[in-house]
Design a protein around this ligand. Structure first.
Ligand SMILES: CN1c2c(nc(N)[nH]c2=O)NC[C@@H]1CNc1ccc(C(=O)N[C@@H](CCC(=O)N[C@@H](CCC(=O)N[C@@H](CCC(=O)O)C(=O)O)C(=O)O)C(=O)O)cc1
Ligand SMILES: N[C@@H](CCS)C(=O)O
Ligand SMILES: [Zn+2]
Length: 756
């Protein structure tokens, strides 16, 4: 019989129950006991759903109070020593301090989990890191599932991926050298799980989809030879890309089964068809929300079933962490767009799809004939739908002039024309766009959505907020102002709600980090902009001040990357469609007198393919889409872009190729190290390296900002240097925001006086 499992489940709950409980706990409004109780309830719900849908195991260990890589740091004893905590006796309160920082210690750094919008906490390794096993996180969840009469399959990230994802701190050393010390600790954790009578343990090694150095690849065989001595079977899970290049040695690896992501890389199957152990076929997409083509999947799986027999398992392609929870609660979407609704599957529906596949494989297609027919009809309707294809969008894209994505003149000509009217001082100061998204703003929006306040009242509340933001910036004496983005629920969702070809959900939340979630819009059809989206707000903000008001847009790559994207046409085409739609907005802003326009692209690095061989193609179409978003602007209109979360040393030529007049980037936490790359590649245009970290309420000292600015001035000509924070201020409170910006402006004025 074919077995069914999922690689992991979302953990925040159908209605983000965990988020609200965590945040209440942090505000001392909810007890630890209540939080633990809620967590248990959420785990049970997840397991029940798997069990009810014929899962042969329920996945455990995937539930976390903050992040699964933080859990692994605790389980291996690799928590940063700087906190002074004992990983063997860590309290929940201390666990959250690791994730969120405390008065003495800044939080463990976060970064993107592969090419997703999920952030993990980066392990801090030093030469002296001492590992010590604490398997309780996994063991407790195993016991909990067993107490419910379920068969648990614990999941944990494997030692090589764990080490790979970490960062070396302190004296220079290679974290690979820690492997020998880490392995016995993994063995101890696995042994503890085996002692609970666990038959299968899922060990995730997604780093295998990256270009790992040979030394790391060579380590897999000895590592797994050692780990497989445990008394449970090991399923080695790979995802987010092909591992076909490693097929030869993976097939002889000392594990009991292998999971392949056959959604992202279906072609890799050919390399594994003669595999002699359990093959877990990841055929249901864990990264997107489209209903699967069940008939096609069955046609794909049938020969595998013939070959593998009992050894074939079916699964989600990766953890379902990246999917919203339940489509069934989207009653508004169902009412307003029943066709689209019938094309979608969220986490719960994906498990149901797996159940149908399992039944068909085990009992024959006839057993699920009706479901398969209904599935086929929905997919056919999608393929033939009139609403997803708009001839004018395709024609516009096909008929763009060859130089559509080129500015009229080179940078030196443009910047002279821009400076002529901008009349800015040396080291102009600006911010990245958002100002504090206060509870009042969110409440006003929630009340408007619930129909408790009118549109006019909502607009007025937002206008008041914009006025406050403008006045504060004037008081602070900033040079280029922003309107503060109060009207935006999210920098992507907001545009998704206003562009054609997008749909949005009410509860389709996906965890971004800790308690923070995002609600990615769904791009289901050709994209166009029916009417101006930001012009009124920017124009209103400009009317309040004589200073320059910067227009604020999210760029095409970031909108693409942080949405669920249609899978019937290439992503590059969708991205260019968004770029063209945004260009309409850019030109309307320009017409309305907003002639400094920022187009944010924080996700450009995150979307970079995991394998270097695929980088050029990606960088080519993403750069083109970005440049299309400003097509047609006048030379004297200044285009800014902004990037954060970015390690773009190795893609800097492509960043330069975006040809933005000004780029603002996150640099403060790396002590401006990123600027070395800008110098190395001779980055030609204006740069605003962030001078303070916006993730913390801490007010930087003048000396700190001065140090960073002097460092920047050492390598960037003073005429090309801007001064700004690392990123937007939406997650900050007002009091620290004002204090932080005040220090920034004061230091800038001091340096300016020296420079003239
Ligand atoms: C820059 N970042 C972003 C990423 N992805 C995006 N799509 N957007 C981003 O900005 N990826 C990388 C980073 C991740 N960083 C963050 C930072 C902060 C959040 C965050 O705060 N998320 C909020 C939800 C934001 C939102 O949409 N808010 C809505 C309100 C929704 C809501 O919760 N309403 C309540 C009622 C509230 C009330 O007052 O009554 C409800 O419905 O119950 C809005 O503003 O309208 C979060 O809370 O998680 C995310 C990623
Ligand atoms: N304009 C956005 C960019 C965030 S990356 C903001 O300021 O929040
Ligand atoms: Zn940013």
């Amino acid at each position: 019989m074919t077995k069914l499992h999922v690689l992991g489940f979302p953990r925040v709950g159908a209605k983000r129950e965990l988020k609200f409980a965590q945040e209440r706990y942090w505000r001392n409004e909810f007890s630890e006991q209540d939080l633990l109780k809620l967590a248990k309830f959420l785990r049970e719900k997840n397991w029940q759903h798997q069990a009810e849908n014929q899962a042969d195991f329920v996945t455990v260990g995937d539930f976390t109070f903050y992040d699964h890589i933080l859990d692994l740091q605790v389980a291996t004893g690799a928590i940063p020593a700087r906190f002074g905590f004992d990983s063997q006796n860590l309290t929940l309160n201390q666990y959250f301090q690791l994730a969120r920082g405390n008065q003495q210690q800044f939080a463990i750094e976060m970064t993107k989990w592969f090419d997703t919008n999920y952030h993990y906490l980066v392990p801090e390794f030093t030469q002296d890191t001492k590992f010590k096993a604490n398997p309780s996180h996994y063991v407790n969840q195993v016991r909990e599932a067993k107490a419910l009469g379920l068969t648990p399959k614990p999941v944990l990230v494997g030692p090589l991926t764990f080490l790979w994802l970490g960062k070396e701190k302190g004296a220079a050393f290679d974290r690979f050298s820690l492997l020998d010390r880490l392995l016995p600790v993994y063995q101890e954790i696995l042994t503890a799980l085996a002692a609970e009578g666990v038959e299968w343990i899922q060990i995730d090694e997604p780093a295998l989809a990256l270009d790992l150095p040979q030394q790391w690849l060579d380590a897999f065989a000895p590592v797994y030879a050692q780990l497989s001595q445990v008394n449970s079977k090991i399923l080695l899970a790979t995802y987010f890309g092909s591992v076909a290049a490693h097929a030869d040695w993976l097939k002889t690896l000392s594990v009991d089964g292998l999971h392949l992501d056959l959604v992202r890389a279906p072609e890799q199957l050919a390399a594994f068809e003669d595999y002699q152990k359990v093959l877990s076929a990841g055929v249901i997409d864990g990264r997107n929300i489209w209903r699967a083509d069940l008939n096609a999947q069955l046609a794909y799986l049938a020969p595998l079933k013939a070959k593998f027999g009992e050894r074939l398992w079916i699964a989600s392609s990766c953890s379902l962490l990246h999917c919203p929870f339940d489509l069934a609660v989207e009653t508004q979407l169902k009412e307003q767009n029943p066709d689209l609704y019938s094309w979608l599957a969220f986490t719960l529906q994906k498990v149901e799809e797996l159940a149908v596949l399992k039944q068909a494989l085990n009992q024959g297609k006839e057993a699920v004939e009706n479901i398969l027919a209904e599935n086929q009809a929905a997919l056919q309707a999608r393929a033939n739908s009139q609403v997803i294809h708009k001839a004018e969008v395709a024609e516009r894209l096909a008929n763009l002039p060859a130089d559509a994505d080129k500015r009229k003149s080179p940078f030196n000509v443009r910047i002279a024309k821009q400076n002529a009217w901008l009349n800015l001082p040396l080291l102009p100061t600006t911010t990245i766009g958002s100002f504090p998204q206060t509870l009042q703003i969110r409440h006003a929006r929630a009340n408007f959505r619930k129909g408790e306040i009118s549109f006019a009242d909502y607009e007025n509340a937002m206008k008041k907020e914009i006025e406050l933001v403008v006045r504060k910036q004037e008081e602070l004496d900033l040079d280029v102002l922003v309107h503060g983005e109060p009207e935006r629920n999210d920098m992507v969702e907001y545009f998704g709600e206003l562009l054609d070809g997008f749909a949005f959900t009410k509860f389709g939340w996906v965890q971004s980090y800790g308690s923070r979630c995002v609600k990615p819009p769904i791009i289901f059809g050709d994209v166009s902009r029916p009417q101006p989206m930001t012009v009124r707000w920017s124009q209103y903000a400009q009317s309040l001040t004589k200073r320059v008001m910067k227009g604020m847009l999210t760029g095409p790559v970031t909108i693409l990357q942080w949405s669920f994207v249609r899978n019937d046409i290439p992503r590059a085409t969708v991205c260019k469609q968004i770029g063209v739609a945004l260009s309409d907005e850019v030109l309307d802003l320009e017409k309305a007198g907003i002639k400094v326009i920022q187009i944010d692209e924080p996700a450009i690095r995150e979307g970079l393919p995991l394998k270097r061989a695929d980088w050029d193609e990606y960088l080519q179409w993403t750069s083109e889409a970005f440049r299309l978003s400003y097509m047609g602007v006048a030379d004297d209109t200044q285009i800014h872009t902004h990037m954060c979360y970015s390690e773009f040393n190795d893609i800097l030529p492509a960043i330069a190729g975006l040809d933005a007049d000004v780029i603002t980037i996150e640099t403060s936490r790396s002590d401006m190290d990123l600027l070395d790359a800008f110098v190395k590649f001779n980055y030609p245009n204006d740069i605003g390296p962030g001078v303070y970290d916006i993730h913390s309420p801490r007010v930087p000292t003048a000396a700190e900002i001065e140090h960073l600015l002097r460092k920047a001035l050492n390598v960037i000509p003073k005429e090309r240097l801007w001064v700004n924070p690392d990123c937007g201020l939406k997650t900050r409170g007002w009091s620290e925001t004002v204090e932080q910006l005040k220090v920034m402006v004061d230091v800038t004025k001091k340096l300016r006086a020296e420079l003239v």
